[in-house]
Ligand binder design. Structure first.
Ligand SMILES: Cc1ncc(COP(=O)(O)O)c(C=O)c1O
Length: 310
């Protein structure tokens, strides 16, 4: 863990970044958050991948739960830069969190304060470097993804993640690295923290918003890269059975980056190792993340170097 955490406008020491037990979000899940990453670019500076898109989604998620963030988007961006710089990090995971703090108890949240924190830390590939290289083993979860008639799948809200937590525990206890959730109709949705793509006969497909996905920012990047490479990418419903017939499957997310699936429900995906199209997209994606792809340089928000000490 790093030394400084940004809390409501100032940097506080890691051990002082505390909340009250009557924090509304602890009781009712009334928080929204982002997962963002910065990578060291070739000139040795940290550069945040699609920072503006993550900040936009944070404000969108907050709005969906009637939370007014007491800082502007530009203030959140500057605070993130400051937190990375003060912690002396070049590459890190970034976790902005907006939540209802301590106030009147009960479900009505609008009289509780809206608090904002930004934490950063060094974090390796979420599903492992081995997983990124050779693919992971997945399991279709017995839990269905939250449905749009109960919650808002497109919002990245803390309480909604109890659904992912159940699926993650189930997959882990059964000996798999990741769970894949179907939507309320039984169509393929996504992993517990990643969007999903299948490749069949050279065409790529991924579920759309009608399948209750979280609109992943890395999903958009993978779609753009794949199209730039000349592949057809279709957003459509995917039946569970198509997973077993796919030539290749991969998942995208800020934490997991681009991770292939080599096995699903004990069946090999394709030949049981990452396929050529997955690999091709993954290579360009990695170049984009690390600032090695000129074409996608506009996706990076370079953190300015700290001012020299007077
Ligand atoms: C449920 C879920 N789906 C998909 C994603 C992928 O989103 P992104 O690519 O923006 O990280 C995430 C991660 O944030 C997630 O938690």
């Amino acid at each position: 863990m790093s030394q400084w955490i940004w809390m409501n406008g100032e940097l506080v020491a890691y051990e002082d970044a505390k909340v009250h037990v009557l924090t509304h979000a602890l009781h009712y899940g009334t928080g929204v958050f982002e997962g963002v990453r910065a990578y060291e670019n070739p000139s040795g500076q940290p550069a945040i991948f699609r920072h503006g898109d993550h900040i936009d989604r944070l404000f969108q998620s907050a709005g969906l739960y009637h939370m007014e963030i007491p800082f502007s988007k530009e203030e959140i961006r500057a605070a993130t830069h400051e937190t990375i710089t003060r912690n002396g990090l070049k590459s890190c995971y970034i976790r902005p969190l907006v939540f209802r703090g301590a106030g009147p108890m009960g479900l009505f949240p609008l009289d509780c304060p809206v608090e904002v924190t930004i934490a950063v830390w060094e974090w390796g590939a979420y599903l492992g470097d081995e997983g990124k290289q050779n693919g992971i083993r997945g399991k279709v979860s017995s839990w269905r993804r939250i449905s749009p008639d109960s919650l808002i799948p497109a919002a990245k809200a803390t309480g909604q993640y109890l659904n992912s937590v159940l699926a993650k525990i189930e997959a882990d206890k059964a000996g798999y690295e990741e769970g894949i959730l179907l939507d309320q109709r039984g169509m393929v949705c996504e992993g517990t923290g990643e969007n999903l793509f299948i490749v069949k006969d050279g065409t790529i497909a991924t579920p759309g918003f009608t399948s209750s996905i979280l609109g992943g920012i890395n999903r958009l990047s993978a779609i753009e890269i794949a199209r730039d490479l000349g592949y057809e990418v279709v957003e459509r419903d995917i039946a569970r059975g198509e997973l077993y017939l796919a030539d290749e499957i991969f998942m995208t997310g800020t934490a997991a980056e681009l991770t292939p699936l080599r096995e699903l429900d004990d069946q090999p995906v394709g030949e049981g190792r990452p396929g050529p199209i997955t690999r091709e997209i993954q290579n360009v994606f990695e170049d984009a993340l690390h600032g090695r792809a000129e074409r996608y340089a506009h996706w990076l928000d370079v953190v300015p170097a700290p001012a020299p000490a007077p």
